[in-house]
Each structure stands twice: as structure tokens, then as C-alpha cells.
Design a protein around this ligand. Sequence first.
Ligand code: HDE
Length: 710
Amino acid sequence: MAKKNKIENQKTKDLKQFETDASGKVMTTNQGLKVNDTNNSLKSGERGSTLLEDFLLREKITHFDHERIPERIVHARGSGAHGHFELYKSIPEYSKAGIFNDTERKTPVFVRFSTVAGSKGSPDLARDVRGFAVKMYTEEGTWDLVGNNMPIFFIQDAMKFPDLVHSVKPEPHREIPQAASAHDTFYDFVSHATETLHNQIWAMSDRAIPRSLRMMEGFGIHTFRLINDKNESHFVKFHWKPKLGVHSVTWDEAVKINGADSDFHRRDLWDAIDSGHFPEWELGIQVVAQEDEHKFEFDLLDPTKLIPEEMVPVQIIGKMQLNRNPENFFAETEQVAFLPGHIVPGIDFTNDPLLQGRLFSYRDTQLSRLGSPNFHQIPINRPIGEVHNNQRDGHMQMDIPKGQTAYFPNTLGGGCPHLAKMAEGAFHSYEERIDAKKIRTRSESFSDHFSQPALFYRSLASWEKQHVTEAYIFELGKCTQKRIKERMLWLIAQIDTDLAKNVSKGLGLKIPKEIDQPINQAIGADADVKNHQPPKKKNYLDSDPALSQANTKFDSIETRQIAVLVADGFSMSDFSAKKKALEKEGAMLKLIAPHGGMVVSDDNTEHEVDAAIMTTESVLFDAVYIPGGKKSMQGLMKESKFKKFINEAFKHCKTIAADHEGEELLDKTFVANYNDDKAILINEKPATLIKSIAQHRNWDRMQIAAQVPA
Ligand code: HDE
């Protein structure tokens, strides 16, 4: 397919001035000196010692010695892409932001998705929250919406963030485990900070193991403010809704994908954009009037609470498309710096104590990560508008500010840069009335830590509940301390008794009647529990359908990866009928054969093999199709990995289709035992296959599939 990934926008055009291209060019030093030998150092004699004089060696090696920068403390592993945002309808009644009023604009964006806990080289399918950070290069300045793929966070106050992160990161004495929350220190912390339980149960759900970065929601999490041109404020929560729906893999797949292709998500995003299948998300807002601030059973400033969509519907106002891969990972994806403090007129903060702390942290961290207060001058971080102020100098100053003055007020510089008038779009903080005493505490209104985890669990489909149960059994099963596991069981029982019972069975432990107060009281760890953990939960809503992936979109097979199992002699007529129909819907068919190179169909045409069976795994595909052909079956049956491939697809509840003799191969697998499975399709029309793949998985098969020892 023709490469369509060179879509331009105002920001990508701006980046062009910094691009370099060595095609057809001679090699030089950093001083532009032409180089004719980059393989041999300068020596005294052919075998002699290397000379200090060798400036070519020194330049090359010195640069290499310093080419690493610190990875992000959290969200180190990430993948980015360019694109744009378009507004469907203006919302002047809520916000004066240009981006929310001009439906003609295409605002350039750069998005970086990430896992949280793992290092830069950790595998993509870790059970973890995903970062969803959007940089909007708006005409009025850059707006960063630095969110996650879950609508709530673990803690309520920024003060606890270092403790949270230290608990989930590898344990400090032996740096184990990498990119995993399943260990003692994390659950030691979680079980003593009950505010974490809501985000914690989301992290046990399928949301923590997405099928693709393109198939997950994004959330701004905090309640922000929208400010209109009368300076009136409305509270707002931001939502990104993926056009492809919200879909996940199973934990068994996640573990195997991490081995088969640890770059699975990064590759998937890159390939989709590269092949012109541009991922899209709609932007939704939940708006709450200023006077309704206190009408909820929870506090809008508490970032561990979501506003159920049943209570405040999401209004869709625009769309973001990602349509261009970066030119260089380090220059763009690694050096991009997101700051929640980057807002534009029409958007403002609330007093959410987590958000308030983030406003400090993100600027601060860039100073050690990117090494200079001039990090905003790095090409990917430059706004699209002009920048003028009196900030000067510092490491790596890239601009050459002209003139005699670098202070305000001045007359020698004509008073410039002069202050903007409000009518010119100057930023003005929302004048919130504050009348309070200075106090180090948490509001009583943040105290309910159980109602929303319970609402989330109640809202899930039975297969999702099963996944949550298994996740808890896995995670707590990896903890070594009985005390911590029991404490978690007690806490889970406060959320949902059935869930706790099922987890306790898996752990082989009893749910304790009481938690182990004495030791915790002795160390002061229960202060939080006592102050912020009323045991009674509220039930203000039975369930919220938006919380379940069972209610997502199932209408597309675009970019779904279909493994076509073939050997020489496969039926061309079977294959071409399915291929045509599936590709028309945007699916990607990959020929998997016993060997690499070419494979010959029964009409004697040659086809390039996409992967030899030894080089690929079932978990990398969404569905399996086996065209007929007697000889092809003989070829496939000789290689036992094809059977394993099918058994695994069956175990993971995927669609498996076969035509004619293809059924013979299925008969040699676990599939043979289950005739009335709606996602096992023998000699079915392409339309049936398409419908089945669009369903993502046949979860009805889950109990049977669990018995497959694949
Ligand atoms: Fe972050 N977070 N965070 N975080 N966060 C960082 O900033 C921090 C929080 C999020 O792709 C760091 O540039 C504090 C919530 C994303 O570059 C750091 C607190 C949410 C990314 C930092 C939070 C996030 C980060 C590390 C509690 C969802 C990756 C490197 C007060 C709304 C952005 C960096 C990217 C990155 C601090 C809590 C999302 C250390 C102190 C809540 C998506 O500054």
C-alpha cells in the first residue's frame, strides 16, 4: 500500500527546519569537516598507541559517551505519533478557548502513550495503567492534556506520589520485579492506603492489558474548569473515546506477547499509521455547572472518583486523528515534555490536590531529564506561535534574543515585549473565591474509598468479573507475605463479598474477620485507614454501562491481524474469496507457512510468506483462517506448531475459520471437541467471518477454553 504517513500540519512543517537528511551527502565532523576514515584511530605506527591528538576519535567517542539522558521516572516506556484535532461543534457557552470555538481549525497534536511502572525497554503488555498524553499546538499556546487510560488515579494528594511509585517500582534491594505490580511492596502500600482501591481494581481489569493503544480510552482524570468569555466557570472532565472501541487481550496472551514481541503495542501503532489506517478518538466532555459542585455523593476535586456517565452524560465535541509517525524516536517521542500546567485561555485548573502537585512536578522533572530550563526550545516542544519574554540564557540556549533589554518594565527596548491586553487573548486565572485556614489535612469529603470500586465491579460483564478475579489471584499470589494478602482480602471483601470469596479460594486463604490493626497502629500506618475509611459504602447507582467493555463498539475489523495458515497446494479459490472481503474491511491477512520465502497455491501461483511458523506466535493475531487444499493440510500437519497455534487461538476465545479440507487440521486440535461455538466457522460466508472478528472475542467460550493446556 502506498505510504500515507507523510500528512503535514503546521507543527510538522515547523519541525522540518530542524530535520537533517544524509541521503547523497558526504560524512563530516560536527564542524563540517569532511571525513574519509571513520573506522581507524590515529596511531603512532600501524600497531602503535593511539594519539591524544586524534580529534576525530575524541569527537565521535565523546558524543557517544553522553548520548543517554535519564529515562522518565514514571511512564518511561512510550510511543508517540503526530496528528490533529478538529472540533465538531463550538461550545462558547462553556469555553472561550480557540480550540473549542473554531470548527474550521485543524490543531496539530503530538500524542505519547506509555506504561507507568516499567523502564524504557520493558515489554508493552505489562499489567499497568497506560499514559495518554496529548500535546495540542493551539494558536493561543500549547495545551497539554496529560491523562491516562483509566478515569481515576491511585491517590488523592500529590504528597503521596513518591510513596506510590516507590512501592510499585522494582524493590530497591534487588531491583525485582520489572514492570510489574505483583509484589509485596506494592500491596503493602495499597492495603494501607485504601484510596488506591478504585484505581487498583481498574488495574485488575482488562483495561490494564489493551489489545492496542488504538483501542483504549483516554481520560484527563482531574476535574478541570472551562471558562467562557464572561469569565464564568463550568467544571469539566475530558474523555477520549476510540473509534475502534475498547478491547483487550487476556492475561495469558499478555504474558506470551511479552516474549513473542515485546514491542507489540509500539509496532501496532507504527504499522497502523504507516499503512494509512489512522487511529481516531472522539473528544467528549462531562460538564457540571458551578452551582452543582456539591450535589454529588463524592467530591469533584477527588481524583479517585469518576462522574458516572449515567449521571452526567459525555457530550462529544470533536475528533483527534493520528496520521504521521515521528521521524526520529529520540528527538520527538523521548524529548517531548508534557506539563499539565500548559493550559490556554478558556481552560483552567481546580483545587484537586493531586493536580495542584502535578503543576509543580512536571516542569521540575524536565530540568533533570532534559537538562536545561530551555527544554521548551527543543523542536518537538516549541509552540507554533511566537515566544517573547525576558527569560534568558541557561544551558543550550537555541534562540538569539536581540536587543539591549531583558527586563520589564523598560523604555530602552520600547517597552517590549509589552503586556497583552485581555482583548488580545491574555491568560487570566479564574478568580475563585477562597476563604480558608491554612491546614495540612484531607477533606472529609474524600473519605469514601469503597463505593466506586464496588460500582465499577458491579458494572462489569461476567467475563470481565472473572478476569478481575484471576488478576487478583495472580497478583496477590505473587506476594510472599500472608499478612499482606489477608489484609487485601479483607479490603476486597469491603468492595464485593463474592469477589473476595473467589479470590480467597484461589489464594487458599480465609478472608480475615478483622484487619491486623496492632502492627499497623504501632507504625502509624493506619492513620489513613482510620481517618479515611468509613466501612459503609454508598450505593448511588446500581451500575454504569460505560464502565464495561461489553458495551463498547463491535463494528469494525479495521487493522485486525488474521493469520492464514497455508502450505503448498492451498486452495486459491477459498483464500481469494475471504481475502477480498476481509481486506475490503481493512483487515490485515498474513500468510503463515511451514517455511519462509514463497508458498504455491493449487492454481500454481506463488505467494510471499509473511512469517514462517517458527518465527511467529498465535498471540500476535486476532483470528485464524485455514483455506482448504489436501496437499496444504499434509504440509501443515507435519509441523506440530500449527496445532499449538490453533489451540492457543481457541484458548484465547478468538474466531477460527476453516474451509473444506481446512477442517481436517481443526479436527486434530481442541477445536474438534466443541461444535456449537459461534466463533468456529466452517465453510461460512466471508460476511459471517467479518461479523465474528468484529466481536473481538467469543467470551462464551471462556470456561471451556480454560481447560485447554496451551
Ligand atoms: Fe504523572 N508524571 N504524576 N500522572 N504522568 C510524569 O513527568 C506526577 C499523574 C502522566 O508521555 C513525570 O515528564 C506526579 C496522574 C503521564 O511524557 C513526572 C503525580 C496522571 C505521564 C510525573 C502524577 C499522570 C506522566 C515523569 C501526582 C493522569 C507521561 C516524566 C501528583 C492524569 C507523559 C515526566 C509523557 C509523567 C509526576 C500523577 C499521567 C515525574 C507528581 C494523576 C501520561 O513529572
